[in-house]
Ligand binder design. Sequence first.
Ligand code: 13P
Ligand code: SF4
Length: 356
Amino acid sequence: MAVHMIEGVSIPESFDLPVMPTKEDLKKDEELFDRALECLKKHDAFLIAHYYTSETMQRLAEASGGFIGDSLEMAREGRDSDKQTLAVAGVRFMGETAKILSPQKKVVMPSLKAECSLDLCCSADDLARVKEQYPNATVVAYANTSAAVKAQADWIVTSSLAVELADYLKGRNEEILWLPDRHLGSYIANNAKTAIHCWPGRCIVHDAFESNALSFVKKDNPDALILVHPEAPQSVVAMADFVGSTSQILNYAKASDATKLIIATERNIFYKIKQACPDKILIEAPVASLSGHCISCANCPWMALNSLESLIDALENSAGHELFVPEDIRVQATKPLERMLNFSKALKEGRLDNNL
Ligand code: 13P
Ligand code: SF4
């Protein structure tokens, strides 16, 4: 289906990536486990972690009665929790989403520097300009964007809903301006069979999965199924037996009869997949490298900023860790976010009508 790439927007050629934690850093984090657990209790905080955070952080979420999930579920859990303090271990847009949906709650993050390359590919100023070029288009923004971008959108979606929403909008004959992930944009257009105007952003982690190398892994493991996140390039998506969000990949892995799975998404998700499928053989899909060095090695460097040490600091001393969203932006961004949550509910309940 026709994917028209938008031109003239500023996409960084490279990103200033945080340094990955060393083995010693990870060991130190492990030693802080009990203290972090006590600290969550002391502050009566609800820990909401993404699957891409470290195994130690995910175990802490489990041990503390917190939550681990994909970005849609994180938004929903944060909104529905009774706790007045939310500790969001993920990247900045996830913390912002929690704050937008629960302005009365205190939202802290281990690091406010936990960016996302997709978010960095899409400035609010560029969007305002592009919207003028497509005055009739419905703006559908991926959740991986800043609050200021969300405030200008008609809809927000996560990868778990993107095709369904595009299909729904196609049924209403709406022209779609999609942002900011080019690969997810192509995936949506192909699967909902609709034309879109597409922002040319990318996730540095998923963009690095490589189809040639993957075909060699598949040749060595012909009985394995390939599971792919839709932020990966089209050539990789085309080889997939299943494409879905992080939670959808986990659920598919659990339900599948296959004993061998090749998985193309951030490698920290292996913690939950291994836990759910102890008897399956799990293989990491290969990533491209520059002169023998991979850029992300399937590890999101911003997610890796979520150390337990920083989490303790965020809980004990919220300065520099608490999230605030300007009220005018928050009010504007609430509409498309709530629309997304309503859409997700209606979809699940099989009662999509034309008035969402
Ligand atoms: P999910 O919505 O699948 O959790 O994805 C979020 C993300 O950042 C993927 O890179
Ligand atoms: Fe953003 Fe990619 Fe990291 Fe997800 S994995 S948070 S999309 S940079």
